[in-house]
Design a protein around this ligand. Structure first.
Ligand SMILES: [Zn+2]
Length: 284
């Protein structure tokens, strides 16, 4: 347990009164898969998820396959503004965890924390920049356990850049739709143990056209649709395996005007997100 990371993550949990931090995802995924935690991790594995996994897997065996879907900039604020949309995610997943983010609440800083369990001070990205991370990541934990990992994301986005130089297959594509297609293709044709799939459109369009523009809301609906698709596909293709599907956004956002949105501030709109977990036993 890295004390600096722990204290920095706790600071935001305390500020927002949440039980969880976005930095809890990595230790939780490590725990249910029986992988080592990254060295600089200060997050805590989430008992609700770990206990549920144990129950669902009937006490024996661990999780075997993991799919993590990352819709950029979908926060708690969107659950409040679009309850029917986020209710579909909750219905699909089962477990919802209101989690506090980290500062500044921008993409590389937040995904840096999500996939290391380290706080920004420790993982080193403390502004909008995309260096390759030097601290240990969830992907290094998977590699140590000899697991096969794919990261599917849009060209030059944070997730495409900051987790390079790992034992990972990187699929870098031009659009969210191409990433969604590739995720289905590798699910069907390959035997990955963990797949990360990222969507940029909601974030991109909310900066460009506003948080609640028609274009942005269409992108948000696509994220929900993709998650439902991934639930159906993982249940079908990973039917024999204990498997877990996660909805893991990085931060929320807020309007500057009717036609422009942003994020990066230490406010509830930007800092509160929901991570959802769907845990399914394999049909042995
Ligand atoms: Zn983002």
């Amino acid at each position: 347990m890295n004390e600096t990371s722990f204290a920095e993550l706790k600071k935001y949990k305390d500020q927002y009164g949440t039980d969880y931090s976005i930095g809890d995802l990595t230790p939780t995924i490590c725990e249910i898969n029986n992988w080592e935690f990254p060295a600089q991790c200060g997050g805590t594995s989430i008992p609700v998820v770990v206990d549920h996994a144990q129950r669902v897997f009937e006490g024996e065996g661990k999780n075997e396959k993991t799919f993590i879907y990352c819709p950029d900039a979908v926060g708690e604020i969107h659950r409040q503004h679009y309850p029917e949309l986020l209710a579909r995610v909750e219905k699909t997943a089962g477990i919802r965890l209101l989690s506090s983010g980290v500062m500044p609440s921008v993409t590389p800083v937040c995904f840096g924390t999500i996939f290391t369990g380290a706080s920004p001070e420790v993982h080193g990205i403390q502004k909008y920049a995309k260096p390759v991370l030097e601290v240990e990541t969830l992907f290094d934990s998977a590699a140590k356990a000899e697991k096969k990992v794919a990261i599917i994301s849009v060209n030059n986005c944070s997730i495409d850049m900051i987790f390079r130089k790992r034992k990972v297959d990187y699929y870098s594509l031009r659009t969210d739709a191409r990433c969604r297609e590739m995720a289905e293709r590798v699910l069907r044709d390959d035997d990955y143990d963990m797949i990360i799939c990222y969507s940029t459109d909601y974030d991109h369009l909310s900066h460009k056209t506003g948080c609640d523009s028609e274009e942005s809301v269409t992108a948000l609906k696509n994220c929900v649709q993709y998650f439902e698709d991934f639930a159906r596909l993982t249940d079908e293709i990973w039917a024999e395996y204990n498997h877990t599907l996660v909805w893991a956004p990085d931060h929320g956002n807020h309007p500057i005007s009717e036609t422009s949105g942003t994020h990066g501030t230490n406010t509830a709109e930007d800092m509160l997100v929901n991570h959802f977990y769907r845990i399914t036993p394999g049909k042995k």
